[in-house]
Design a protein around this ligand. Sequence first.
Ligand SMILES: [Zn+2]
Length: 245
Amino acid sequence: MALVKDSAIVLRRLDFSETSQVLAVFTREHGQQRVIAKGVKRGTRTRAGIGIDLLEKGDIVFTARPGKEDRLATLTEWRQRDGYRHLRDDLARMYAAEYAADVSVQLTEAHDPHPGLFDALDSFLLALHTHEAADALSTYLWQLLREIGLRPQMDECVSCGNSTLELSVLFFSSHQGGAICPACEPRVAEKRRLSKETAILLDGSHENVPGSVFPLLDYHLRETMGRPSKLSSLVRRAFGVRHRA
Ligand SMILES: [Zn+2]
């Protein structure tokens, strides 16, 4: 049984028993991993055992059993590197961070490394200290979509290929993978209106995108996952998002 060392961010945690936790962690070099942390919550007489928290970054050591990757790995060491303390006292920041964690768990595969996405997630969690939560989250989601190959095409109609940037009325289809022109729109079942401003902001020439595009990204992720993130309505409320933006 080999031991694997990596950097990791905790994306999901479940209390497993009085003293153990099951964690979904996103590691830099080994992708998403499910680990069981035994005895991690056991406190001492002077210190309560609180375990490992959601959305903290640390150096992790876990067991790797070749051929049994579908089983839970066992966490043998955790050294916290960053607790992103600034998240803990602001609801909009915390919801934004939990939303990012939730969609990252659902849209990345176990054992599929994305070091660029790991770095983007770390940068996003740090950026929540100084940037608007909506801007920081939208930029992270835009990077996530590139990493998993689901970034939509906005500068051309995905159905006919005509340029969309001069059109004043536009639609967006998640299943079709991008912008739809009014001529093609009647033949597309799943769609929503797309503002010209959002199409231009997401035309592929920007890596940092503003919070105004969040409703479209949230819609695209909901269609991709088949259901909304459980944080979606909380984030929308925290950002003051109306249904159409
Ligand atoms: Zn078209």
